[in-house]
Design a protein around this ligand. Structure first.
Ligand code: CA
Ligand code: CA
Length: 130
């Protein structure tokens, strides 16, 4: 497991180092950053504020059982910092796996810094309420 994480970080570092920096916007796209958008009906959750870093969650309510979905323990638990909710549902982020512990409800819209909701780097699972 440790090796996998190191490989990911290593690849990202190599790309960043190899790219010339003509302009900030070009730099962002050249590093393979995902666009800070979600398609209608989707929820996306990123590692860092302002929809940057790794895109850890990319889902729709239809892909989630009624009780909720897990955030991967290696790629996302306690790391989510920004969310775009392009559904008509509320997505409840849970502090713990298994839809337990404290939570925050995010209605439709853009949530660029979960620190403002007191929920930065906390979510481990989530449930849709539609
Ligand atoms: Ca984070
Ligand atoms: Ca989890």
């Amino acid at each position: 497991m440790l090796g996998r994480k190191s490989q990911v970080l290593g690849a990202a570092g190599f790309i960043a180092a190899a790219v010339a920096i003509p302009a900030p916007s070009a730099f962002a796209s050249a590093t393979g950053a995902t666009p800070a958008v979600a398609a209608p009906g989707e929820v996306r959750m990123w590692e860092d504020p302002d929809y940057t870093g790794s895109l850890y969650v990319h889902t729709t309510p239809g892909q989630c059982p009624a009780e909720g979905c897990d955030i991967d323990g290696w790629d996302g638990d306690n790391e989510i910092s920004s969310v775009i909710n392009e559904t008509n549902c509320t997505v409840r982020l849970w502090d713990l796996d298994g839809f337990a512990g404290g939570y925050v409800d995010l209605g439709p819209g853009r949530w660029g810094n979960l620190e403002l909701q007191g929920f930065d780097n906390k979510a481990e699972s989530y449930t849709f309420y539609c």
